[in-house]
Design a protein around this ligand. Structure first.
Ligand code: ZN
Length: 245
């Protein structure tokens, strides 16, 4: 399994509070998390400032699962890179979209809606409840999974109805949020997971690592369907000729 972790990597270089939490960048924390869950996986990282944002064709072609974290600079991601990432998802690449990447170009492209939500930064406790215990992404998640301090994300979250909903979150202000959502797009699988605000060490938390590891396993497809879309006019197949139907 080949995993590419994409991180905008701006907060960590400009904000001392974030650098204290993620001194090597959020991408390195996520890389350690994924490598810990899958010691055999090939894990690489890419950031906004890299040429082609670190996602040239060769990297995209060699990626089975991509994680995406962004916040400040969604609009600086080149549309042609977004086009190529979308195409890879439609071909079967798995994509995990984390926290403020709900407003990333790639997520909005894949959803087709604004993906706006309510939010508040107030060091509040978040309770993440599993609503689909049979789902592989929920395996081993405590009930509830608690983030002692996190940013509030609340409904309405303007996304299409998820194909599978795994988690909902509750906050002290009374808000609720669909915090773990699965989508199928083409041959690919997409998981949105809301934890991961840059000033809180949530990506070091063992139960969060467990869920993200599960999500990597769920979006990863070792064998992608070889069904292709035929856009030319189709002759009748004749399957019913000679039958009594
Ligand atoms: Zn945030």
């Amino acid at each position: 399994m080949r995993v590419t972790i994409w991180n905008e990597y701006l907060h960590e270089q400009s904000d001392a509070n974030v650098a204290r939490v993620y001194p090597q960048g959020i991408h390195q924390a996520l890389a350690a998390l994924v490598q810990g869950a899958y010691p055999q996986a090939q894990v690489t990282t890419a950031t906004l400032e890299d040429p082609e944002h670190g996602l040239p064709d060769a990297v995209l072609a060699a990626t089975d699962v991509m994680l995406w974290w962004g916040h400040l600079a969604h609009e600086r991601v080149a549309d042609e890179v977004v086009d190529k990432v979308q195409a890879r998802v439609l071909q079967g690449m798995g994509l995990i979209v984390l926290h403020s990447a709900h407003l990333s170009k790639i997520f909005r492209r894949l959803m087709g809606t604004t993906c706006n939500l309510r939010w508040r930064e107030a060091d509040e406790r978040e309770l993440i409840w599993t609503v689909n215990p049979a789902h592989p992404i929920a395996a081993g998640a405590p009930q509830p999974l608690v983030l002692e301090q996190h940013e509030m994300y609340g409904e309405l979250f303007d996304i299409p109805a998820p194909d599978e909903l795994v988690f909902i979150s509750a906050f002290p202000g009374g808000e609720v949020f669909r915090s773990g959502c699965c989508f199928y797009r083409g041959k690919g699988r997409v998981f949105y997971f809301s934890p991961g605000h840059e000033t809180y060490p949530v990506f070091y938390q063992a139960d969060i690592a467990k869920v993200i590891g599960n999500a990597v396993g769920w979006v990863y497809q070792p064998v992608v369907s070889d069904i292709v879309t035929d856009t030319s006019p189709n002759a009748p197949l004749g399957w019913f000729e000679g039958s009594d139907q």
